[in-house]
Design a binder for this molecule. Structure first.
Ligand SMILES: *Cc1c(COP(=O)(O)O)cnc(C)c1O
Length: 427
């Protein structure tokens, strides 16, 4: 499957049925696995043989779907997690701890911002946020001797900034640290961060990968390209024996292609247990099978809606990276020439009240705390997720009071536009 195109990988990656075996990926809904001797199981615990023994560490269904996502990203290894939040926490916490430091783009998902700025800070991990469009000097100035990684989002949720992946990768590598990129919004179909120098990719599979609003989940993929052993003193967790796991040295035993994911599995998953259920992995795979077909339609609808809104007299502004008027259009063309995503943000003239009234008039588009679903949905942060903030506080958080985030689903664009038109005509 390695040389196949992305659509073929979406449909058939990760799993090839043998003679007389199920054509669809089987759901191995079992917590544990049977062995004839204690010795045979002991070898699994020692990581001397590979096999399954307890589904908190590994499960065949989850591994099959993780292998598909590794193929989609062109990585060497991958793991599923219970959510996108768990994926970003594991990906970062796998290589940093108390006293360490992270450089992150400020244009990231609110949950990830909070994870880095509040929760990981309580663990003694410090973070410096930089604007995604900052100069190289400004970016380089954010690094400290304790910096262990750089973090960004390929398309930021909800600000929709496009990350200059090469700029961030070059700065990270010049300081001897990897770049971790959350590729949730464009997905592996529209953007391949490894091609541009990213070292590790994460996903909230809850979004387009699942695509049907049916299962919360996450994934981490390793490119296998970052040479931890070159900076062994900086990454002792990967390059020196792990006393909590029978003295194994991950880079020695599993090579650069397997060290990161093996450590995250046998150490973090063992201790923190944020596993995805085999049934959720099965649902995720149903979504993955049509991801390449759906992304085209999401992008088509996103662009059609963005173009319509751009010319509407009741709309103050539109932000969509696929629009030529977008400040990130050139970056979007470079990193995701086949399309960006189906999420459009815009301002309704008349501010907070007008935006709220507009949304309540929508019939096909539903008000939801979600994006990247087959069904179109929208959210007005000023009256929902950010409702405790006044207008000044909203502006400081990068969320204007009139901002509406609209996630274009898979319906016909004509119907979405007609729905928006009738809702705007009533305000
Ligand atoms: C939703 C989202 C997350 C968090 O994922 P969950 O699956 O909700 O935990 C992380 N990053 C991005 C870009 C997201 O959109």
């Amino acid at each position: 499957m390695e040389n196949a195109k992305i659509g073929t990988k979406c449909v058939q990656g990760g799993y090839q049925a043998g003679n007389g075996e199920p054509r669809q990926v089987p759901i191995i809904q079992s917590t544990t696995f049977k062995y004839a001797t204690g010795d045979a199981m002991g070898k699994l615990f020692d990581l001397e043989a590979s096999g399954y023994f307890y589904s908190r560490l590994q499960n065949p269904t989850c591994d099959t779907i993780a292998a598909k996502i590794a193929e989609l990203e062109g990585g060497t290894a991958a793991m599923l997690t219970s959510s996108g939040q768990a994926a970003n926490f594991f990906a970062t916490f796998n290589i940093c701890g108390c006293g360490d430091h992270i450089v992150a783009s400020s244009a990231i998902y609110g949950g990830t911002y909070n994870l880095l700025a509040v929760t990981m800070k309580r663990m003694g991990i410090d973070v410096t946020f930089v604007a995604p469009d900052c100069t190289e000097d400004k970016l380089n100035a954010a690094f400290k001797p304790e910096t262990k990684l750089v973090f960004g989002e390929t398309i930021a949720n909800p600000a929709l900034n496009v990350l200059d992946i090469e700029k961030f990768a070059n700065a990270a590598h010049a300081h001897g640290v990897p770049l971790i990129v959350d590729n949730t919004f464009p997905t592996s179909v529209n953007c391949n961060p490894f091609k541009w120098g990213a070292d590790i990719v994460t996903h909230s599979t809850t979004k387009y990968m699942d695509g049907h609003g049916s299962a919360v989940g996450g994934a981490i993929v390793d490119s296998g390209k970052f040479d931890w052993t070159k900076y062994a003193d900086k990454y002792p967790g990967l390059c020196t024996p792990d006393e909590s796991y029978h003295g194994v040295t991950y880079t020695e035993r599993f090579g650069l292609g397997g060290a990161f994911i093996t450590k995250a599995t046998v150490q973090l998953m063992r201790d923190l247990g944020s596993v995805q259920s085999p049934f959720s992995a099965y649902l995720l795979n149903l979504g993955l099978e049509s991801l390449h077909v759906r992304m085209k339609k999401h992008c088509e609808n996103g662009l059609a809606v963005a173009k319509y809104l751009e010319n509407h007299e009741k709309i103050a502004w539109v932000n969509y990276p696929g629009l030529e008027s977008s400040k990130d259009y050139a970056l979007a063309q470079k990193y995701m020439p086949n399309g960006t995503c189906g999420v459009v943000s815009f301002g309704v003239k008349g501010g907070r009240e007008a935006a709220g009234a507009f949304m309540e008039n929508l019939k096909i588009v539903a008000i939801e705390t979600h994006v990247a679903d087959a069904r179109s949905c929208c959210l007005h942060p000023a009256t929902t997720t950010h409702r405790q903030m006044n207008d000044e506080e909203l502006e400081a958080a990068g969320v204007s009071p009139d901002l509406v985030r609209l996630s274009c689903g898979l319906e016909d664009a004509e119907d979405l536009i007609a729905d928006i038109e009738q809702a705007l005509s009533q305000i």
